[in-house]
Design a protein around this ligand. Structure first.
Ligand code: UDP
Length: 428
């Protein structure tokens, strides 16, 4: 029996991540912040004694059906469609097969195996809605990105998200007991653009691993990543896609060099990450642009890095640019700040939360490369301001630990379970 007022937490959570595996290296393809989010959340929940099973689509015949990723966290590979070569756009046609695989796993256990479903991204939400009804458990859903927001802020030439996704997202909003938004901006969009009941929307900010991303000696970091000590380093980190606008940094660098030719021998624009999905800004495309602008010699491409190596890139940089057209949060901005490197970010979406303008970094309105170049230039010329922002960034990042994310998510789970308990009691 539970004590009056005691909260019930789930023993076992089915976490759904249809389109991307938490075991993938983030920074290319479909693997990005959501992968980091799921891994970090699952690990922290498991540390609190909750078993987490993450269901994802099997993308290779070599993958075992179940992998113990961390103590208390299992990844289940569900066969749904061909292993390789299936684009994200084709995944809606595989959702029935995926759902069948999830339901089959649950059917192999005793009744009531999972206490709660937490789905990530709308594709998983579709499967979560079905599992919720079959198992009689609450559905907590995190969208991570929203098609209506993305379509309103498209980069030039980027393909809009299809209507089918918007309809799918609306259905998930309708089905979910709780919607967890990454930042207040996303929470508002869920209510204003998707008609979500504000009482069921809660903002839980993601976190940053402060053991991995921490200030370090810049000279040591530069030695480790092979950058000259006297270099002026501007870094972009993330998947190369139009939404992230790496081209804005390249154009800004070209403008800087036109106005300060002496900088050419020292400037390095480091672009860390790989191509991603449809409408990709291939490294080739960025390299071509850099060639056309006459700055190919300063642009350095770095393939996706594991987080510990990535920390060295943040520490090695003088500034990290996040020129995205939109971010539901923008983990890269937080990680760079945790490393003590000032961030110059676009004033949009979750970046308004991830960066405190003038305290931990600088927010830039719009994507005009000249405005970006001027902002970068002013900061490069002012080491004291950079040091102040760097310290402010470390302080700001410290407010965002993954344990806080897990604790707040657990509160959402407990509230969701309490309302299910009440509805069960009412129907008896
Ligand atoms: N990332 C990484 N290696 C790379 C580039 C990126 O591990 O080479 C990670 C980065 O640390 C961050 C995530 O990918 O945690 C990107 O998250 P963000 O929220 O910035 O963007 P998203 O990918 O979700 O759009």
């Amino acid at each position: 029996m539970r004590l009056p007022g005691a909260r019930r937490y789930p023993r076992r959570v089915a976490m759904l991540s249809v389109h991307t595996s938490p075991l993938d290296q983030p920074g290319a393809g479909d693997a990005g912040g959501m992968n980091v989010y799921i891994v970090e959340l699952a690990r922290r929940l498991a540390a609190r004694g909750i078993e987490v099973e993450i269901f994802t689509r099997a993308t290779s015949s070599d993958l075992p059906p179940v992998v113990e990723a961390f103590p208390g966290v299992r990844v289940r590979h569900v066969i749904a469609g061909p292993f390789e070569g299936l684009a994200k756009e084709d995944l809606p046609a595989q959702l029935c097969a995926f759902a069948r695989g999830v339901l089959r796993v649950e059917a192999g256990h005793e009744r009531g195996w999972y206490d709660l479903v937490h789905s990530h991204y709308w594709l998983s939400g579709q499967v979560g809605a079905l599992a919720k009804e079959r198992w009689g458990v609450p559905l907590v859903h995190s969208m991570h990105t929203l098609a209506k927001v993305k379509n309103a802020l498209l980069a030039d030439g980027d393909a809009p998200e299809p209507r089918a996704r918007i309809i799918g997202e609306e259905q998930v909003v309708e089905a979910a007991d709780w919607l967890v938004a990454n930042a207040d901006d996303e929470a508002r969009a869920l209510v204003d653009l998707y008609g979500a009941d504000p009482r069921t929307v809660v903002t839980v900010n993601p976190g940053v691993d402060l053991d991995v991303f921490r200030p370090g000696d810049q000279a040591r970091a530069r030695r480790a990543v092979g950058l000259p000590q006297d270099a002026v380093v501007l870094a972009f980190v993330g998947r190369l896609q139009p939404l992230k606008a790496p081209d804005v940094l390249v154009r800004a660098a070209a403008w800087l060099l036109r106005h300060q030719p002496a900088l050419r021998t020292r400037l390095v624009v480091a672009i860390v990450g790989g191509p991603s999905g449809s409408g990709t800004v291939e490294p080739d495309g960025i390299a071509r642009l850099a060639g056309e602008l006459g700055v190919a010699d300063v642009v350095r491409f770095v393939p996706p890095q594991a987080q510990r190596e990535l920390a060295l890139w943040y520490q090695a940089a003088d500034l990290v640019a996040v020129p995205s057209h939109n971010e539901s949060f923008g983990l890269v901005a937080l990680e760079a700040q945790a490393c003590g490197t000032p961030v110059v970010a676009a004033a949009t979406g979750g970046l308004l939360t991830a960066v405190r303008d003038g305290e931990s970094g600088v927010l830039v309105h719009g994507h005009d490369p000249r405005t970006w170049a001027r902002t970068l230039d002013e900061l490069l010329a002012d080491p004291e301001r950079r040091a102040r922002l760097g310290a402010g960034g470390v302080a700001h990042a410290r407010k965002f630990g993954w344990s806080v994310t897990a604790a707040r998510t657990l509160d959402v789970y407990a509230t969701a379970l309490a309302s299910t308990d009440r509805s069960v009691a009412a129907s008896q």
